[in-house]
Design a protein around this ligand. Structure first.
Ligand SMILES: [Zn+2]
Length: 164
C-alpha cells in the first residue's frame, strides 16, 4: 500500500536495525492520502484535512496522544485544528477523543462545537459527497508515522503493537 520513497527508505533502515523513532524524528514528513474507510478520528492519530466540495474551503484537524509525562491531560487523545501557516506547530486543541466519542472542552468556541458535530458525522458527509477527507496517519499510542499496511490499517505501529 505505502509505496512512497519515504516508506521504502524506512523499510531499508529498519532492516539495518536503525531505531524506528530515530528514522521518524529525522524525517518530518506529512504525506496525505484520500481517507481509506478504516481510518477514522476514533482509531487513528494524525492529520485529517476536510475539504468542503460546495465551497472548496478546507480545514485541517490533528489527533495526537499527549505524552505520558505531559502536564496537560497525559495519555489523552487531543483533537485540535490548524490555525496558522505552520502545519507542524500551529494547532489549537478543543476536544478529547475518548471511547468512540468527541468530547468538546468547555472552553471550545461555537465554531469548534460545529466542527465537533461535523466530525462526528464525517462518514455521512463524505458518503453524500459534501466533503472530501485526506489523511496522514500516526500511531495512536506514540504519534510516530505509520508506514506498514498493517499498522496504517490498525492505527498502531509495530513497536507499540508488540507492547500491548
Ligand atoms: Zn507507536
Amino acid at each position: 500500500m505505502s509505496t512512497s520513497l519515504y516508506a521504502q527508505a524506512k523499510e531499508i533502515l529498519l532492516g539495518m536495525g536503525v531505531d524506528e523513532g530515530i528514522i521518524d524524528d529525522a524525517v518530518e514528513k506529512q504525506e496525505f492520502e484520500k481517507r481509506p474507510e478504516y481510518v477514522s478520528l476514533f482509531t487513528h492519530n494524525g492529520l485529517f484535512t476536510v475539504k468542503s466540495l460546495r465551497t472548496g474551503d478546507h480545514r485541517t484537524f490533528r489527533v495526537k496522544t499527549q505524552p505520558a509525562d505531559s502536564n496537560f491531560a497525559p495519555g489523552k487523545r487531543v483533537l485540535s485544528y490548524l490555525y496558522g501557516p505552520n502545519n507542524t506547530q500551529d494547532y489549537r486543541g478543543f476536544a478529547f477523543i475518548e471511547d468512540g466519542r468527541i468530547l468538546p472542552w468547555r472552553s471550545a468556541s461555537a465554531v469548534c462545537k460545529q466542527y465537533v458535530t461535523m466530525l462526528e458525522n464525517l462518514d455521512e458527509h463524505e458518503r453524500c459527497n459534501r466533503i472530501e477527507v485526506h489523511v496522514s496517519t500516526r500511531c495512536r499510542i506514540c504519534n510516530r508515522t505509520l508506514t506498514t499496511p498493517e499498522s496504517v490499517k490498525s492505527g498502531i505501529g509495530p513497536i507499540c503493537e508488540g507492547r500491548l
